[in-house]
Write a protein that binds this ligand. Structure first.
Ligand code: COI
Length: 355
């Protein structure tokens, strides 16, 4: 992270704090927000004065472009506090770079590094009391940008609003996750926006996921749009399979998000001596491995849940239960990664950044 401060941020402090109303032991993911937010508008072709101000709703014209054409992108990051009360970020450059790739794909302006990084750092320091120590605790950081220009003409907006909001989170346990392998619906297509963290990618998943929920499955494993034969992502996460002691995950593509947790787990697994193959994984291969007993694990990987083990999958109305084991690669990698993120183990990779 190499942001030098060039833009002065105006700071308007909240006169009261909501922190005493929050039960930090019972947080539901992404539902509680800290006292302040960061905001910077893009108008007349340039970024305006950034401001940190009290977290509050704001008025917005009904014709604002984001409502009509979904020109909106976001990132998900986390900050951690160690025993020495230092605040650490995990691979923030990866999120910053991906944010701007998403911006370009959605015809939005790129956010300058000093606005993104200094806004983030100053906001985290101001709401520092909200970042709790201890493994499992983190501050989920949500940078996002919306098309803020008015008028329903179907063109890119001239005006944009970039904001960062913070939500304290605890370790995310999704329970027993059974998944349905998509035979018809797709999350992304070649030439589309699957590789961008665009809001619409997530909204478009809601309907097929709701159908899966009605059949008793928590998530959908997305397959490629053209043939539905390749396994691509799981819910809002990248997906890993362990077959015959080899960890498999699809290569990133126009359809697959370049997940920070995904690339981290690949590096961590290799450093742990686990055999990793980054290649297309076929539905037929998964079904055959489930049948012959060589399928050991399936898990999702993302910032929110870190690693989310999958207990079984259904394909063409046939359900396959995964073997249960006390020692899984999912838990081994999650333990290693969360130790590094929480500064409980040395970070030999240079991923953690103190702010
Ligand atoms: C992530 O885990 O990386 C996400 O983007 C999850 C978010 C959609 C809640």
């Amino acid at each position: 992270m190499s942001a030098t401060q060039t833009t002065q941020i105006e700071i308007i402090k909240a006169t009261t704090t909501k922190i005493n109303e929050v039960d930090f032991n019972n947080l539901s993911f992404g539902s509680v927000f800290t006292d302040h937010l960061f905001e910077c508008d893009f108008k007349n072709g340039e970024w305006q004065q950034p401001v940190i101000k009290p977290y509050a709703p704001f008025l917005i014209d009904p014709s604002t472009r984001v409502f009509h054409y979904g020109q909106a992108i976001f990132e998900g990051m986390k900050a951690y506090k160690n025993e020495a009360d230092e605040i650490w970020l995990f691979r923030p450059d990866e999120n910053y770079n991906r944010f701007n790739k998403s911006a370009v794909r959605m015809a939005m302006p790129e956010v300058p590094e000093d606005i993104f990084m200094n806004g983030l750092q100053q906001l985290l320091h101001l709401d520092e009391a909200w970042i709790k120590k201890g493994k499992g605790n983190a501050m989920y950081i949500r940078p996002f940008m919306i098309a803020n220009g008015t008028g329903v003409i179907a063109n890119p907006s001239d005006d944009y609003k970039f904001m960062i909001i913070l939500s304290p989170v605890t370790s995310y346990y999704a329970g027993d996750v059974k998944v349905l392998i998509a035979e018809h619906y797709s999350r992304a297509a070649n030439g589309g926006i699957g590789a961008a963290k665009a809001a619409g990618n997530y909204g478009a998943q809601f309907y097929p996921t709701t159908l899966a929920n009605q059949q008793g499955f928590q998530q959908v494993i997305w397959t490629d749009d053209a043939t539905h034969t390749k396994l691509e992502e799981a819910g809002t996460m990248n997906v890993f399979f362990r077959i015959n002691n080899t960890l498999l995950t699809a290569p990133v593509s126009e359809r697959i998000l370049d997940g920070v947790t995904r690339k981290t787990l690949i590096e961590l697994a290799k450093s742990e001596g686990i055999n990793v193959e980054v290649r297309s994984v076929l539905v037929d291969e998964l079904v055959a491995a489930a049948k012959d007993g060589s399928l050991q694990e399936i898990f999702g990987a993302g910032t929110a849940a870190v690693v989310s083990p999958i207990s079984g999958f259904s394909y063409k109305d046939e359900y396959f239960e995964l073997p249960k084991s006390e020692t899984t690669v999912a838990s081994q990698l999650k333990e290693k990664l969360t130790n590094i993120q929480n500064k409980l183990e040395e970070d030999t990779f240079g991923w953690t950044v103190k702010i």
